[in-house]
Design a protein around this ligand. Structure first.
Ligand code: HEC
Length: 104
């Protein structure tokens, strides 16, 4: 018996692990509308998160670590609202694993 993808709703051309695929789903639901579409029309476009972990620092200049990104997401940053209480630890791990793919 095969152990295929259980996340049929998050199909992708590139093969993501189930954890990365779960993170992608969260990203598309909660992050992309600002970070890709800027749907609130901020004067300053939210930073592009593609390949965010391949740079030494985050757009703010903070170190580009899992801990720092988790903090930005949970506490918010500038115009970005905090997601505290909205992601479980597991969901945060999923999200980070997807951000580590460079956003495929
Ligand atoms: C309402 C719009 C909005 C949403 C939703 C949003 N962001 Fe942001 N995000 C921003 C803006 C604006 C900034 C720039 C903040 C600043 O530096 O002033 C930002 C900054 C960041 C940064 C850079 C932090 C730094 O230190 O430079 C990261 C990482 C980030 N967002 C991740 C996420 C993730 C992951 C999600 C989804 C869970 C998300 N954001 C959802 C608007 C948003």
């Amino acid at each position: 018996m095969g152990s295929g993808d259980s996340l049929a709703g998050c199909r992708s051309a590139t093969a993501l692990t189930p954890q990365e695929a779960a993170g992608k789903h969260l990203y598309q639901l909660h992050c992309a509308h600002c970070h890709e579409d800027n749907d609130l029309s901020f004067k300053k476009m939210p930073p592009n998160l593609h390949h965010v972990f391949e740079r030494a620092t985050l757009p703010s200049g903070a170190p580009g670590s899992d801990a720092q990104v988790s903090r930005a997401v949970l506490e918010g940053k500038g115009m970005m609202p905090g997601f505290s209480g909205r992601f479980s630890g597991e969901q945060m791990a999923d999200l980070l694993s997807y951000l580590h793919t460079g956003l495929r």
